[in-house]
Design a protein around this ligand. Sequence first.
Ligand code: IMP
Ligand code: MG
Length: 194
Amino acid sequence: MPHADAQSNVSTNGRTIRCRGERFRVYLDRDTIQRRVDELGAQISREYEGQCPILIGVLNGAFMFTADLMRAIDIDCEVDFLKLSSYGAEKVSSGRVHQLKKIDADLDDRHVIVVEDIIDTGLSMEFILDRIQKEYRPASVRVATLLHKHEATQVELPMDYVGFRIDNLFVIGYGLDYGQIARNLADIYILDEE
Ligand code: IMP
Ligand code: MG
């Protein structure tokens, strides 16, 4: 029997876990994630040498990736965040996007890198890029996403830095949630279709 802590909706059993009653298995382990994040950070450091890009992390999901990516960058850089509405407790995108927290920094003349945990339908990123272009005159805008569900993406988007192209299944951990829990898992887990 998997161990279930009375305080928690996540119970672990080796490489599989149960979260909100559904089974997930390890898909990308922490070392694999860290190696790829380090590569992306090195690439950004090379490509932005002599500049000071500003990372715009998309809350809540991208907080962990943004922190690790920033630590992997060895040139001057800044960070700010915006917040979008989440899936709620659903596993499929509603397609409705609301902005819950605005960017505080002035992005005029800045080299902007929008940092996402995952691009699924692409509607959130389309919304963000549209907002940034309407509200500021950035010097450049690029997109970094840890995960890309390429089969689910409905819109054309620039994706300059992609960690992993993944299967079109729901994932949790490393910042990604299922009804707000599971963000604290260090590995990324995928829904285990039994
Ligand atoms: P999109 O607008 O459909 O591209 O969805 C983007 C947002 O939905 C992401 O920033 C995530 O916060 C969330 N999301 C998409 N797929 C998943 C998933 O598999 N697990 C958890 N959150 C997800
Ligand atoms: Mg997100």
